[in-house]
Design a binder for this molecule. Sequence first.
Ligand code: SF4
Length: 323
Amino acid sequence: MTNDNQQLSTEAGSKECINSASDSEASTSSDSEANINPHTPDPRLTCPLCHHNCRLAPEETGFCGARSNTGRQIVNHYAGILTGLALDPIEKKPLSCFRPGTYILSAGSFGCNLTCPFCQNYRISQSADQQMIARTAVPSQSYSPADLVQVALDQRTRGNIGLAFTYNEPLINFEYILETFSLARSAGLETVLITNGSFHPGPVRRIAEFTTAWNIDLKCFSDEGYRVLNGSLDLVRSTIELAAASAHLEITTLVIPGFSDKEQEIAEMTSWLADIDPDIPYHLSRYFPRYRLTEPAPTPLETLHRLKRIAEKKLNRVFLGNI
Ligand code: SF4
């Protein structure tokens, strides 16, 4: 392991929120509008999107490295700037049971509200890591919501069914995606989100109105595990319940030896999912060393097959990925 690399267990809290709200302030963040109080001289605004509840002074940027206080509102300063745009097989998202055999135009930008040390897309997701930005110049291009929907429509002749936001964490780009998905649905396109799900129910409900399919990462099934990643299991569970009630939903767990490969935890996780719907497609994905995690070695195939047998006791559709 090099000096840059850290064990999963030591990563928690490695990145401080630039300015976090107190619990009482956080409890008021239930909708998707930044909190502006005209009667107070305090120029700070609270971002309403996720568990970090960043309270930002003008010009400050939140934990995700993408949303900033302009002085009047909190915006994603990468809105419309895409680092990836590709026509992918729908199964690659992964979505195995949603219009199989088709393609979907897939877009990504910068930033994430979690800090998974094993991130497969760290060059774009960990944009708050200034050292990482300096190391990696990522090409990007700007699209308005209308322009992006037009590209998706133009790709229909090649089998495209819609538009997916993926690669980095899409929901930190809430306003841009809401506008884009609204236009896409009006044009008859499918709208897909690949997300970590660690967001407050208010914005999730808003975006769910325009989302036809989700794949949500369920990275582990313990509060302690999510603390290591700077995420919130409670919010991920809430997002899964909201998505299952409104659209097609699939779930993915990246199986990392020593972190998310415990048989008891997979049994509890899949039992909880089965209580929502035993037909939810569930993906167990093989881990390969990435980013700050060069150990352990890739997930043994026998581990994946063992966990699949456990998951199949509760769920009807279990898939292995990345093998
Ligand atoms: S989305 Fe970004 S700015 Fe908003 S609360 Fe989460 S980490 Fe903070």
